[in-house]
Design a protein around this ligand. Sequence first.
Ligand code: ZN
Length: 165
Amino acid sequence: MEIQFTPWRMKYIKSHNAPPSEACVLCTIAQADPANDPQHYLLHRGQHCYVVLNIYPYNTAHLMIVPYRHTADLPGLDAASATELFDLTRRSLGYVNAEYQPHGSNLGMNLGKVAGAGIAEHLHMHIVPRWGGDMNFLPVIGGVKLIPEDLDETYQRLRPYFEQG
Ligand SMILES: [Zn+2]
């Protein structure tokens, strides 16, 4: 499916240098200076995992919960990371529900390229809020999806929840 972005997207492209193709973008975000978290749309740093907006969202407030550890191996993930991964998923969903009142949500992981993972080498949990009619005629007819809210606004709306815990 083609995703058609609104003009703020160009601002993003111009202000961010793409990481080298061999670099893992999820590790790059984790290892960046926390002072730059807002420009990476990083919402929260836990002990073992962090929460970040997906910059190629399927829908408004599409979050990802990511272990700091670079691994694709969910069965091999240490218990502390796995526990915090799910706890941050639970908390993040609560914040999204409070701020956006979605009608439902998709949660999940795409493990492996064949399963649809965009960044297969570093596992991550997706939270995709859903509203009735959000997959309406545009994707069906045009193969185009519109994201109604820009990432900066989503970030500003959700960051206070994480700061207040
Ligand atoms: Zn990584």
